[in-house]
Design a protein around this ligand. Structure first.
Ligand SMILES: Cc1ncc(C[n+]2csc(CCOP(=O)(O)OP(=O)(O)O)c2C)c(N)n1
Ligand SMILES: [Mg+2]
Length: 589
């Protein structure tokens, strides 16, 4: 008998189908009952997470339900790689924990590149993943994989959550790990029964916001602060390189105060680019090798001696000081004269305080001369680049594109680079005008970060403009999530330096194997990418002449403001022009 038929005789009514509304009513009656997914959301909220980046799957839906209750925004993307890059980008832009939530199996593996990128960039991201129920442990459940084993080498901490009672506690534990020493990502796998189970709320461990983490603002050994102050007041030609940790730990104001207070030239790499505006007397960026070659003291703050620094081997200076969040990073790959493990901003402030009033007039004078010498060399270096920056050759010179993008940026534009050679070139031209206005993949060199970074940057700072400069190879990797950015009201300007090739790699192949065998596995089709955003009402244009770049960029800005949809400027560049960095790579020699 169909259950909907009216009973003919009096008696017990057939059980009604439970509706979502009934469930909610039941839940409010059982106010002291809470599920694992709701505990996740409570713990995220306690940690200051206001947005999760995710792609749905049956294993994780209770987290969404919890997020609804806690007012956490759920940004659902089309590919988990983008979710992970967006969580990383959101962490970089907010200075708080980023969060990506993926389903089991392929949901997790798709996110691996994003988490690995965060790992090499020291970005604090919590990755929460689904898993088969504990009562099917290792039985071959749907999408079951050894996620924790997979994620362990690319995270600071990876674990399964074994009980619903401990869900929030484990999230606070992972958050602590993300901010221990140099920041980085963590992974937590929550089996489906652990997540869905409802427990008596009084049994859940719920660490209190603001009470489960100590301050990370350490100055290291106070005696070393005094030593460094002594070194700096006695130096005549000091130089400081600030790396991404200075921005990640929001120590930029103290870092700049140190430069200004003691008259020291500052250099900036990675995410630290833009901490000081170009044109500031203490901002330098084209003379690092010269400065490090002639300096009497060099201080490296918050960036490791990795390949980007030639593993530190090329620095030859009487006194080398390294300051880093990670105790295990100070002195790695080369000896230093003084090492301090501490928070970059807090250390800079302590050193400035300790040196305050002690810089003699003759030393200040010597430093001003030192900075004047470097400024002259900077001006000459820029002059040498001007002919290619202004080139009006056809096909368009990639340097011209980079130059035009730089001219186009405002104080409120966040610039993202995602590509090979065209983006390497942009590092020589693009000068971000403010803190946080430069984003790059970092030491993993992952193509495809741009779309996730762009949506995260716009979601974190809706009033800012976001411009992502892609290679055509990179664009193809994650571009579909541009629609996600627009769906969540986070449109941006996508500029593509299109050479119909994976050109940075093509250069090396041509150099090594010659033109006959060098064009293998690196050529792409000619894509009129301007058509792409039109699929969902966005705007795009093709640019083939140098003179048309600036007007196209301006039009894109107008279109984004007017329509709230992203714009694509597809610029056809000369595939036979390369960055010096590409040409000089030793692997090609
Ligand atoms: C995910 C990923 N795959 C492959 C590479 C190797 N790689 C480095 S540069 C490059 C070419 C990128 O092409 P495109 O984005 O079009 O920039 P172009 O070099 O052509 O300017 C490749 C494939 C990488 N860094 N990341
Ligand atoms: Mg290309």
């Amino acid at each position: 008998m169909p259950t909907s038929a009216a009973p003919k005789t009096a008696g017990p009514r057939p059980a009604a189908t439970t509706t979502a509304e009934d469930t909610l009513k039941q839940k409010s009656r059982d106010a002291n009952v809470i599920s694992g997914g709701h505990l996740v959301a409570k713990a995220l909220k306690a940690e200051g997470v206001d947005t999760i980046f995710t792609l749905c799957g049956g294993h994780i839906i209770d987290i969404y339900d919890g997020c609804l209750d806690e007012g956490i925004r759920i940004v659902d993307v089309r590919h988990e790689q983008t979710a992970a890059h967006a969580a990383d980008g959101y962490a970089r832009q907010t200075g708080r924990l980023g969060c990506v939530v993926t389903t089991a199996g392929p949901g997790c593996t798709n996110a691996v590149t994003g988490i690995a990128t965060a790992f090499r960039s020291e970005s604090p991201v919590l990755h929460i993943g689904g898993q088969s129920a504990l009562n099917q442990w290792k039985m071959g459940g749907l999408q079951d994989l050894p996620h924790v084993d997979l994620m362990r080498p690319i995270t600071k901490f990876a674990s399964t959550v074994m009980s619903t009672e401990r869900v929030a506690d484990m999230i606070s534990m992972a958050a602590r790990e993300c901010f221990t020493g140099a920041y980085g990502p963590c992974y937590l796998e929550i089996p489906r029964d652990v997540l869905d189970r409802e427990i008596d709320a009084s049994k859940a461990v719920l660490p209190k916001p603001g009470h489960y983490r100590a301050s990370t603002k350490s100055i290291g050994d106070p005696r070393d602060i005094e030593k460094l102050a002594d070194i700096l007041v006695n130096a005549e030609r000091p130089a400081i390189l600030f790396g991404q940790q200075v921005w990640a730990a929001r120590g930029h104001e103290e870092a700049i105060a140190l430069l200004r207070g003691l008259d020291i030239p500052g250099y900036f790499n990675g995410a630290a680019r833009g901490l000081l505006s170009p044109g500031d007397p203490h901002h330098f960026d084209r003379t690092r090798s010269l400065a490090f070659g002639k300096a009497d003291v060099v201080i490296i703050v918050g960036t490791p001696f990795d390949f980007r620094m030639g593993y530190g081997k090329r620095i030859n200076v009487p006194t080398l000081v390294q300051i880093d969040l990670g105790y295990n990073i100070v002195g790695k790959n080369r000896d230093v004269d003084l090492g301090i493990a501490g928070d970059p901003g807090t250390v800079c402030k302590a050193v400035l305080d300790a040196a305050s009033g002690r810089l003699k007039q003759d030393k200040r004078q010597a430093r001003r001369q030192w900075m004047a010498e470097l400024t002259k060399a900077e001006d000459a270096a820029l002059e040498r680049l001007m002919p290619v920056f202004r080139s009006d050759q056809s096909p368009i010179h990639p340097y011209r594109v980079a130059y035009e993008i730089n001219e186009f940026l405002t104080e409120d534009t966040i610039y993202i680079g995602d590509g090979g050679d065209v983006v390497t070139i942009s590092a020589q031209a693009v000068r971000p005008r403010g803190p946080g206005n430069w984003m790059d993949p970092g030491a993993l060199g992952s193509l495809g970060v741009g779309t996730g970074f762009a949506m995260a940057a716009k979601l974190a700072h809706p009033k800012k403009e976001v411009l992502c400069y892609y290679g055509d190879g990179s664009f193809g990797m994650t571009a579909f999530d541009m629609e996600t950015a627009d769906r969540f009201g986070a449109p941006y300007i996508a500029v593509i330096g299109n050479n119909s090739a994976m050109n940075q790699i093509r250069y090396g192949q041509m150099a090594k194997y010659g033109p006959q065998r060098g064009n293998v596995g690196n050529k792409l089709g000619d894509m009129a990418f301007s058509v792409f955003p039109q699929m969902w009402g966005g705007w795009g244009t093709e640019v083939r002449e140098a003179k048309d770049i600036a007007p196209a960029l301006r039009k894109a800005r107008e279109q984004v403001a007017k329509s709230g949809k992203s714009a694509v400027v597809n610029i056809w560049v000369d595939p036979n022009e390369y960055a010096p960095g590409t040409k000089n790579q030793t692997m090609y020699k």
